[in-house]
Design a protein. Structure first.
Length: 204
């Protein structure tokens, strides 16, 4: 029997990743203020924000009956510092001066909750990301596209920023915004099988 999935995120990259994996989620944006949590280690920050997003959507009347609700949040860690969405061109430019030629760790917190019982499974996936050395002109041109402004760590690996990522150690999908192998584990933890989430589920 197919199990509906709700994605508590406005991220088009997360939605695209899930669709490519055969899942057609209902999108309900959580509206959670990502700046409300401070002074947490980057991996813990990502997990707690994911849990907040999941909780914010659980009571929404648009949630289908029997659904699983997925909250995700990504944070890039560089030298122990948590880097979220830069928001402005100035911050994005400074961020890329930091990233250029360095390696960061992209943490994505995942929280999956069963609407009928409130049972939840949550974990963080972490992936090392190696960045190319960029010239000032490249940084300025990339920031001018607007792409880095509203994404964690000021980069994408599946968009214009892909040329500036020289290597990834760990799950590629996690850097896009949702770790499919980790999500499969969380689905199993709640007693479901991964094929039950497929839009054309063969699971009976």
């Amino acid at each position: 029997m197919r199990v509906p999935l709700v994605l508590a995120s406005a991220s088009p990259a997360r939605l695209s990743t899930l669709r490519n994996a055969g899942i057609e989620p209902t999108v309900i944006v959580s509206g959670v203020d990502e700046d409300q949590l401070t002074d947490l280690p980057p991996a813990e920050l990502a997990l707690q924000l994911a849990e907040l997003k999941c909780a914010a959507v659980l009571g929404d009347p648009a949630v289908p009956e029997g659904a699983l609700v997925l909250g995700c949040d990504s944070v890039l860690e560089l030298d122990g510092e948590a880097l979220g969405k830069p928001g402005t061109p100035e911050v994005a430019t400074e961020r890329w001066r930091q990233l250029s030629g360095h390696t960061g760790v992209l943490h994505t917190g995942h929280c999956l909750t069963e609407t009928e019982t409130g049972r939840a499974a949550a974990a963080t996936a972490s992936t090392r990301v190696h960045f190319a050395e960029l010239s000032e002109d490249e940084i300025a041109a990339y920031v001018a596209t607007g792409e880095p402004l509203q994404v964690a760590g000021a980069f994408t690996v599946d968009g214009l920023g892909g040329a500036f990522v020289t290597g990834i150690e760990g799950d590629h999908h996690n850097v896009v915004g949702v770790s499919l192998p980790l999500l499969r584990d969380l689905v199993g933890e709640l007693g479901y099988s991964w094929p039950q989430l497929w839009a054309d589920s063969p699971a009976g």
